[in-house]
Design a protein around this ligand. Structure first.
Ligand code: ADP
Ligand code: C5P
Length: 244
């Protein structure tokens, strides 16, 4: 029988290119639950791979001068506080293994550093971390694995007071006021309901070494499969280039 070799080759090539993807992880949880700490521990263990961390915080909309003047009344914990379209665009590029410029956000002034970006290069693993990364279905769909860091609210509040007073230029009274008016209600309305989308729930965050080891093992298995695909793809491309 006559096989349309050229067409078959093209289809196979296309299939191989499409199946070789990066592994993407979403890490969510309440404020100061230990999301960044967990991500850093995963990245440390995957030191032999190219891993990039993207923070949802980078996609906060910058406040106007008027909004800044009454920033204490602004709800930074509502999904509308983020530019999700831009986040989707950046993640889409990274998933296609293309480099992107990620905005840099300034928590002290509630603004983006308009002239500065963080250049993020193509990687084997992308980790997207943030309080609301499981809220939007389109963002959820980008993730191969979803992790929720589950830490008691009192521990999170204590950490938040320490962090925001030391690193984000706030005083204790403003942190407590914001927590009661916005952070806790938004956690109950948006963050906690999104926990049901998680594949893995990590109690105690960065203290849970067993959970982190298991997650790293799973990522390594996925990366191994991708490496195998890459080998097949390369062999096939070489063969078809030289018409072996
Ligand atoms: P998130 O990214 O969820 O906001 P972080 O990982 O940045 O949380 O942690 C918030 C604060 O709590 C940081 O100051 C961090 O050093 C501290 N922290 C995180 N995990 C632990 C832990 N297991 N024990 C003690 N402090 C922690
Ligand atoms: O790092 P973490 O997950 O805690 O960051 C999210 C938190 O940052 C939100 O709970 C929000 O209240 C806070 N935030 C803030 N000021 C901003 C932007 C975000 O306090 N300008």
């Amino acid at each position: 029988p006559h096989w349309p070799v050229a067409e078959c080759a093209l289809l196979l090539k296309l299939w191989l290119v499409l199946t070789v993807r990066v592994v993407s992880l979403g890490v969510s949880g309440g404020t100061a639950s230990g999301k960044t700490t967990v991500c850093d521990m995963i990245i440390q263990q995957l030191h032999d791979h190219r891993v990039v961390l993207v923070n949802q915080d980078s996609f906060y909309r910058g406040l106007t001068a008027e909004e800044s003047a009454s920033a204490q009344d602004y709800n930074f914990d509502h999904p509308d506080a983020f530019d999700t379209e831009q986040l989707l665009e950046c993640m889409g590029q990274l998933k296609r293994a293309l480099p992107v410029n990620v905005p840099i956000y300034d928590f002290k002034n509630h603004r983006r550093c308009s002239e500065r970006f963080r250049k993020v290069n193509a990687s084997d693993v992308i980790i997207l971390e943030g309080i609301l990364v499981f809220h939007d279905q389109r963002v959820r769909n980008l993730m191969d694995m979803k992790i929720f860091v589950d830490t008691d609210a009192d521990i999170r509040l204590a950490r938040r007071i320490r962090r925001d007073t030391v690193e984000r230029g706030r005083d204790v009274s403003s942190v407590l006021d914001q927590y009661g008016r916005f952070v806790k209600p938004a956690f109950d309305d948006f963050v906690l309901p999104s926990k049901k989308y998680a594949d893995v729930i990590i109690p105690r965050g960065g203290d849970n070494h067993v959970a982190i080891d298991l997650i790293v093992q799973h990522i390594r298995t996925k990366l191994g499969m991708h490496d195998l695909c890459k080998v097949f793809r390369n062999v096939f491309v070489v063969q078809s280039t030289f018409q072996i």
